[in-house]
Structure formats: C-alpha cells, structure tokens
Ligand binder design. Structure first.
Ligand SMILES: [Zn+2]
Length: 147
C-alpha cells in the first residue's frame, strides 16, 4: 500500500496542465498495475487494453471496445482490436491497493460487459477484498472529485 497522500483534484488538474510529467507518472504507474494484473485475462485470450489517462468527474475508470464496421472487417479481417481502458488521473495519488481495485474492475469488463453476477464472481475470485478496497478509495477521496 502506497503512503502517497491524495492531493485535491484542482491541484492535480493544474499540475496536469502545466506539468506533463504528472500525466506521464500516472501512465507509467497505471501500465505497471495493468501488467501485474493481466495474466488471468491473457489466459482467457484477451489482448492487453490500450491505456488513456484522464481527469474525470464522475468515474474512476472505463473500458470501451471499438468494433470496426462490418465493411471494414470484410475488407480487412484481422484479430479483434484491443479495448481501451481509461483511468482517472486522480488515482495516481490514491493508495496503490485502491488503484488495483479499479484496474481489476475494468479488466473484468474484458470478460463481462455489465455488472451482473458473473462479473462480481470474477472480481471476487481475482481480488477477494475488493469491497474493502472500494470503500477505502471512496473514503480517501470523498469530496475531492471536481464538480
Ligand atoms: Zn464497471
């Protein structure tokens, strides 16, 4: 668990504009955690997602799939496109265990798109204490997300 303290997101936003190093720090950290957690998904045949770092108001992360059009797939069949994982810049100052929770949550969307029972069964298999981590994350940043 990291001992980084969480800065206000206004500060982080200002830093991100003036200091691309913060965004680079986040990108490197997030890529490390995704790599650490990816093995079970590689075993299920998934491609590693592409990563995007953004300062977001309402969510920690998201996973999106871009399917080429049917015409494009017919013209040039190729393996599935990697998904894109977007992670909130704020997580760069969150405890590492909380970042891991968000990363595993988004990775589980490679397997299950919604939040159904199978999604949570996979979450629990891969990160048994995910509920505690989520609670810690929400407590750590309560009131900090920009409006
Ligand atoms: Zn989700």
């Amino acid at each position: 668990m990291s001992s980084n303290s969480l800065e206000s997101t206004a500060v982080i936003a200002a830093l991100a504009r003036k200091d691309p190093a913060l965004r680079a720090e986040a990108a490197a950290l997030f890529a490390t955690v995704v790599n650490e957690r990816f093995a079970p998904f590689a075993a299920r045949g998934h491609l590693p997602p592409r990563l995007t770092v953004r300062l977001m108001r309402t969510r920690w992360g998201s996973l999106s799939f871009r399917r080429p059009s049917r015409l494009r797939r017919w013209l040039r069949p190729r393996p599935a496109e990697p998904a894109r994982m977007t992670l909130n810049l704020v997580l760069v100052r969150a405890p590492r265990e909380c970042l891991e929770y968000v990363v595993v949550h988004e990775l589980c969307h490679l397997e299950h798109h919604g939040h159904g029972r199978e999604f949570y069964a996979l979450m629990t298999a891969l990160l048994p204490d995910w509920r505690e981590r989520r609670q810690r994350l929400n407590a750590a940043v309560a009131g900090l997300l920009p409006r």
